[in-house]
Design a protein around this ligand. Structure first.
Ligand code: NAD
Ligand code: 2ZO
Length: 474
């Protein structure tokens, strides 16, 4: 019998049981870390170019099996197949990108007096832990493992217990591509398994994606053995739409900022500030487009919105809508549980995407991360005012601005307190571009060249070419 979390976690899809999953306890976590360490000793001694070749093979396999993995991701998570395909494409691109970087990792040569010199070596950290959320299960596992492996580390990854499936597929692919056994290990489980990883003395780093409260706990546990930490946490990001914008793009951008993955996206721009003069037109268009979003079977190519992750999450999101109404918001569309016609989907956790008008900054729906398809719209008058309101939050993951005024766009981007600012689009994050939060949305980055620094450490080697000073006998 397992004493960790629930003895048996039942994973459901469309209200039906998908599989039973047994959370890993201390023994399994120890084994995973031990075997990862053994693999690390081999992998870290390989040349960057050798690691690169193995990673490129993993990317090739993912690309070849893209449609199959995407289907599994839909069943794992409930998002639409077209979104899942993008996630898998982003994933093999990420592995290719860091494979390319593996062969370029290098130090510096520093000339010192008398022919002496120093050099730096960029070295791996050791066994890194990745802990993932459920909204981008495969992609999050890749965003963490690709830079980690490129730098010569091993990784033990724990997916969310709600989406245990596709991280295992990734582990199988890495193995098939030729990484040493144990280099990328998956352990299953929830909070207690996660805590075992964060408290483990042989773990060098934890890269965590999840909520702010859990992120704080991860940081606290990691501090005990001074592990490095990357925290990719939640958000309540502002999207600012000025009256001089190209309205059609701003409306499409607001949908991109709110409704991908059923609104369960960390960087979503859920506080939509619209300049008062264009508010009626914006609302008319955004509601018209929201009402036509096709909700239903996520495995169909025509579907644009699938099911939320759990009944509990659906109830939580519907609760936010009820609370918003009580606090004076007006529901312009959606906000209800949705039952598709297809009988096999009856037990799924579908919801109609919701647009809320009459919102104020002090409302719960405007202050708290909902993590569901709910857009709160707020009017504003001036740039100065909207910047102050947009920044009045403890979160700082992302932000967006729509305007045709190029100076205004860059000035607003400079003054928004967030890790990313999208100008005239939203939720665009190719692998070359660093992604990460400000304030309580976390620290450290994923993607881009800079992430190499979060998975490696710099050793300085100082070389004396002359004699040692006789300082103590002079
Ligand atoms: N910034 C980003 O890149 C990003 C991306 C995706 C999701 N998120 C955030 O994640 C949240 C939603 O995901 P969630 O509900 O899975 O978050 P969560 O914090 O509940 O769980 C995240 C992960 O942490 C594990 N966990 C829970 N308690 C733990 C503990 N005490 N010690 C160690 N691990 C523990 C969970 O099992 C899961 O794997 C949202 O707030 C969202 O904004 C952020
Ligand atoms: C790919 N997106 C849409 C930028 C989401 C990144 C992961 C956050 O939840």
């Amino acid at each position: 019998p397992c004493k960790y979390d629930l003895c048996r976690l039942t994973v459901v899809y469309a209200g039906r049981k998908l599989c039973d999953m047994f959370p890993c306890g201390k023994e399994e976590v120890d084994q995973a870390i031990q075997s990862a360490h053994a693999a690390y000793l081999k992998w870290s001694k390989m040349a960057g170019m050798e690691r690169s070749r193995v990673m490129l093979e993993a990317a090739r396999i993912i690309r070849e099996r893209r449609d199959n993995i995407a289907k599994l991701e839909v069943i794992n998570n409930g998002k639409s197949i077209t979104e899942a395909q993008v996630d898998i494409d982003v994933s093999w691109q990420t592995i290719e990108y860091y494979a390319g970087m593996a062969g370029t990792l290098a130090g510096q040569h520093i000339q010192l007096p008398g022919g002496s010199f120093a050099y730096t070596r960029r070295e791996p950290l050791g066994v890194c832990v990745g802990i993932g959320a459920w909204n981008y299960p495969f992609q999050v596992a890749v965003w963490k493992s690709a830079p980690a492996l490129a730098c010569g580390n091993a990784m033990v990854f724990k997916p969310s217990p709600f989406t245990p499936v596709t991280a295992v597929i990734l582990a199988e692919i890495y193995k098939e591509a030729g990484v040493p056994d144990g280099l990328f290990n998956v352990v299953q489980g929830g909070a207690e398994t996660g805590a075992l990883l964060c408290n483990h003395p042989n773990v060098a780093k934890v890269s965590f994606t999840g909520s702010v409260p859990t992120g704080k706990k991860v940081m606290e546990m990691s501090a005990k053995t001074v592990k490095q930490v990357t925290l990719e946490l939640g958000g309540k990001s502002p999207l600012i739409i000025f009256k001089d914008c190209e309205l059609d793009n701003a409306v499409k951008g607001a949908l991109m900022a709110n409704f991908l993955t059923q609104g369960q996206v960390c960087c979503n721009g859920t506080r939509v500030y619209v300049q008062r003069e264009i508010l009626p037109k914006f609302l008319e268009e955004v509601v018209r487009k929201t009402k036509t979003i096709r909700i239903g079977d996520p495995l169909l190519e025509t579907t644009r919105m699938g099911a939320l992750i759990t009944k509990q999450q659906l109830d939580k999101v519907l609760g936010f809508v009820s609370q918003a109404k009580k606090e004076g918001a007006k529901v312009l569309c959606g906000g209800d549980a949705f039952t598709p016609d297809d009988p096999k989907l009856k037990g799924g956790y579908f919801m109609s995407p919701c647009v809320l008008d009459n919102c104020r900054d002090d409302m719960t729906c405007v202050k708290e991360e909902i993590f569901g398809p709910v857009m709160s719209v707020l009017p504003f008058d001036t740039e100065e005012e909207v910047l102050m309101r947009a920044n009045n939050t403890t979160f700082g993951l992302a932000s967006g601005v729509f305007t045709r005024d190029i100076s205004r766009a860059h000035r607003v981007a400079e003054n928004l307190q967030a890790g990313t600012c999208f100008i005239n689009n939203y939720n665009i994050s190719p692998v070359e571009v660093p992604f990460g939060g400000y304030k309580q949305s976390g620290f450290g980055k994923e993607n881009g060249q800079v992430t190499i620094e979060y998975y490696s450490q710099l050793k300085t080697v100082v070389v004396e070419m002359g004699d040692v000073d006789d300082y103590f006998n002079n």
